[in-house]
Design a protein around this ligand. Structure first.
Ligand code: HAM
Length: 363
């Protein structure tokens, strides 16, 4: 939480306590309860984009004000909200999103933190295992061993790692139901071909998590390598006074998304240029050029659209700066349906039938 006493505006006024929101999941669940969204009996798929605030020590990728893009799938159990298929569906969607953004080299780290009872059992096991070794660990670990032993697993101090490796893992404290749920999540991911690695230390900071927890990490981010994180929170609605409403969601750090895309641009793994620039020959061709741009964009291409009043030389210069190829659209091309395409890296000019243009340009 980011809470402080605000200054009084006038001498006669008292100071007031201000708290800025650190995340949105609890707020979404509160809204779900307040507006009776469970009454429809359907799954609710809710999203948010906006600033969050945490009192953290700032460093690359970790700020006191940052922005998240998040979504939650929540509903009554009868709508399938508890199903492991929901977890796999959210994870598959995220993998596809990152792929489509051109982000390669991501890792999906996956774990299960079980039920509240599983976690309580694990806490005890961890606390007991820490007693004989914690004296050799860093100051933070010594404090966490007392206050919240799960946080010891987040320690990054190199000298502590061999000790942490010997501690019990939460997988051993899961009950049969939680084990079965997790196995079904991974089976669906395997079937869909979504790669993941089990990270036994991924217990996550927020208290509301149950069962599946995950993070998508990326090497281009440095120490703060989580591009997005999330998990299941099956008891949260009841904790806030609502009906049973299991849910799962994620939040992506928008600032970290930008850092990842910049790193990918530098490595040349995401495209910095459009697939093609359409150059209408004369203002009379502008509308036809828009029709062609629309046609190609609907087929998933990244198109830059020129302007018919440009001289051909100007169109070529603009195209060379912004796109890999140029498509010339004049009266003749429109009538014949055969377009001229020039590829800037090879210098080759080709005549392409309009019906084959999308495939040609995407290669
Ligand atoms: P979180 O892991 O605390 O989860 O944050 C999600 C993402 O927000 C992180 O992976 C990271 O990209 C970004 N982020 C977090 N803190 C900072 C920061 N100080 N500076 C920059 N970026 C940051 C949640 O917030 C959960 N509400 C996610 C969730 C949704 N779980 C279930 N549903």
């Amino acid at each position: 939480m980011y809470t402080w006493e605000d200054r009084a505006r006038a001498q006669s006024e008292k100071t007031q306590s201000l708290t800025l929101r650190p995340e949105n999941t609890a707020g979404v669940v509160r809204a779900y309860i307040e507006h009776g969204l469970g009454e429809s009996g359907l799954l609710q798929k809710l999203y948010y984009i906006g600033p969050q605030f945490r009192r953290e020590r700032p460093q690359k990728g970790r700020y006191r004000q940052f922005s998240q893009i998040g979504a939650e799938v929540i509903g009554p159990p009868s709508a399938g909200s508890e199903s492991p298929l929901r977890d796999a569906e959210v994870l598959e969607m995220l993998a596809t999103l990152l792929d489509e953004l051109g982000i390669t080299g991501w890792t999906l780290e996956l774990n299960s933190v079980g039920s509240a009872a599983d976690r309580a059992r694990y806490n005890e096991a961890l606390r007991a295992a820490l007693v004989p070794v914690v004296g050799q660990m860093c100051g933070d670990c010594q404090r966490r061993a007392e206050t919240n032993p799960l946080r010891v697993l987040d320690c990054k101090v190199a000298a502590d790692q061999p000790i942490i490796e010997t501690l019990p893992v939460i997988a051993d404290s899961l009950d049969e139901e939680s084990k079965k749920h997790f196995a079904a999540v991974t089976a669906a991911l395997d079937a869909a071909g979504v790669p993941y690695t089990r990270n036994h230390r991924l217990v996550r900071g927020l208290d509301y998590y149950t069962r599946t927890t995950f993070e998508f990490t990326h090497g281009g981010l440095g120490a703060q390598n989580a591009l997005l994180g999330g998990g299941r929170y099956d008891g949260l609605s009841e904790m806030l006074g609502g009906p049973r409403a299991p849910g799962i969601g994620f939040a992506m750090g928008e600032d970290r998304l930008v850092l990842t895309l910049l790193a990918a641009l530098e490595q040349g793994v995401v495209a910095a240029k459009a697939d093609a620039f359409i150059a209408p020959l004369g203002e009379g061709m502008n509308a036809a050029a828009l029709v062609l741009a629309r046609e190609l964009r609907h087929q998933g291409l990244w198109i830059e659209l020129g302007e018919g009043s440009f001289r051909l030389k100007k169109s070529f210069e603009a195209a060379d700066k912004t796109a890999r190829q140029i498509v010339i659209l004049g009266e003749d091309e429109l009538q014949s349906g055969i377009l001229t395409v020039k590829n800037f890296s090879t210098g080759v000019q080709t005549k392409v039938p309009r019906g084959e243009l999308a495939v040609f340009l995407s290669n």
